[in-house]
Design a protein around this ligand. Structure first.
Ligand code: SF4
Length: 448
């Protein structure tokens, strides 16, 4: 960043102010974008909730008679669980982003906004491919894995009848949709299908085409340290008469799903987010806990703010997420749109406290404080902790513990062995010192 921009902070501030301006006039820019999109033959839909967006997409697919589709990576789709919804309704929905494809095979959930399988290693992936028949032999060489996925996905692309994408940006003045990927999967997915549906959060708008120079430069650098992401597509509308391929029908679904409510509140700066994942990479809590600990598609500092705001009404347990921060401020420092994440986390903590919202999953800290401040109790607890290794978690009274351990792997307890080792070591050292002392005294006595 510093190599190309001597004052990257000024760029972050500019990006933040463009986003703030857009959010301040969101209604006007949405109307402008709708007009620009429809003027070129794109169908525009507005969905107030996640369920509404799912139903809208399903009816578009049904109207076009599409039952097989490919989907490129979209956090908005993760947010509303679009994939399971479509599969339940008889639509074959294949993830075309390599990471998301592996997540789908493993029936797993993403743990990072940009790198959804950051929690998996190549050996696990090679085993998944073998299990699912994508490979006939075990090979954990990353290039081989990628080549095998490519062969498997290519046939599916050609058979699909529709493609769902998200959108990184939508220009209000031109109605141009911008898709950014590193694999080119959305481009490939769109080429052979007759129908394209883009699911877009309403905050993805930017006022003018030239604003993209700011955001595209920041997104690549913040997400993957690239000057520009490998594939940047600009979609103007459905395929024109002069184009040889591409969808003849283009639908854009603008989704609110709680965003208007956030916009009306005092944490609206979170809507500036361009989903780069930089705050996750830098956060010491995320780095230890991983994305799954946040129980939401959005993990890390952005998730700790966004999840309670978006899903808090239905899932009060998200009220404890803003506490998953040391408030070190690193997330704010790296955020390309200068979101004051620590301030928002504090605001949400305060709100939860004032409203007496306590997550049912939160572990009361008072018993731990008693334990940790009494040396005798702590010693006893450490000695007894060995029983943790053999707890019969299947019995009813231990069910809550089973749920808790379902998301965490505790190291095997040694029952205070370390303390015993320190004690015996101290004893040995003391003995050694005494012996040396005695020897010194005897030498002194023997001197003439
Ligand atoms: S909050 Fe900022 S750093 Fe985090 S994902 Fe969003 S834009 Fe990136």
């Amino acid at each position: 960043m510093y190599r190309d921009y001597p004052d990257p902070d000024a760029l972050r501030k500019l990006a933040g102010s463009i986003k703030d301006h857009t959010l301040h006039h969101l209604g006007d820019y949405l109307a402008k974008a709708e007009q620009a999109l429809t003027s070129r033959g794109t169908h525009v839909h507005f969905a107030t909730t996640g369920e509404h967006a799912c139903q809208t997409i399903l009816s578009i697919l049904q109207n076009h008679g599409a039952t097989r589709l490919t989907k490129s990576k979209s956090m908005a789709a993760e947010e509303i669980h679009l994939n399971p919804f479509l599969i339940e309704n008889g639509i074959e929905c294949l993830e075309s982003d390599l990471g998301e494809f592996i997540i789908q095979l493993d029936n797993d959930i993403p743990s990072h906004i940009v790198k959804p399988i950051i929690h998996k290693n190549r050996r696990e992936i090679a085993r998944t491919f073998l299990r699912e028949g994508i490979a006939t032999d075990y090979n954990d060489d990353p290039e081989t894995i990628t080549r095998r996925a490519r062969v498997h996905l290519r046939a599916k692309y050609m058979n699909a009848q529709a493609c769902i994408t998200g959108a990184n940006f939508v220009c209000a003045d031109s109605g141009r949709i911008v898709l950014v990927t590193n694999e080119g999967n959305s481009r490939f997915g769109l080429a052979p299908v007759p129908v394209h549906i883009a699911l877009v959060g309403i905050e993805k708008l930017v006022p003018r085409e030239q604003d993209l120079t700011v955001f595209l430069n920041l997104l690549g650098r913040s997400a993957t340290a690239q000057q520009l992401t490998v594939y940047t597509e600009f979609i103007n509308g459905p395929r024109s008469a002069t184009q040889v391929d591409g969808p003849e029908h283009f639908h854009v679904v603008f989704m609110d799903n709680g965003r208007s409510k956030i916009l009306a509140g005092d944490c609206r700066q979170i809507l500036r987010c361009i989903r780069c994942g930089a705050c996750q990479n830098i956060c010491p809590v995320y780095r230890q806990a991983s994305g799954h600990a946040y129980r939401s598609p959005y993990g890390g500092p952005v998730g700790a703010v966004l999840s309670p705001l978006l899903f808090g009404d239905r899932f009060p347990e998200f009220a404890d997420l803003p506490k998953a921060s040391t408030l070190c401020g690193a997330c704010n420092e790296v955020c390309p749109v200068d979101i004051p994440l620590p301030d928002l986390l504090l605001r949400l903590r305060d709100k939860a406290h004032r409203a007496h919202i306590h997550s049912p999953a939160a572990i009361p800290m008072a018993p731990f404080a008693t334990l940790a401040t009494s040396p005798a109790l702590w010693r006893a607890a450490m000695t007894m902790s060995k029983v943790m290794n053999h707890l019969p978690l299947q019995i009813a009274p231990l069910k809550p513990l089973q749920n808790w351990l379902g998301q965490r792997t505790l190291p095997e307890s040694c029952g205070g062995e370390f303390r015993k080792w320190v004690k015996s070591r101290q004893k040995t050292l003391r003995q050694k010192t005494e012996d040396n002392q005695t020897e010194d005294n005897q030498t002194e006595d023997r001197r003439p």
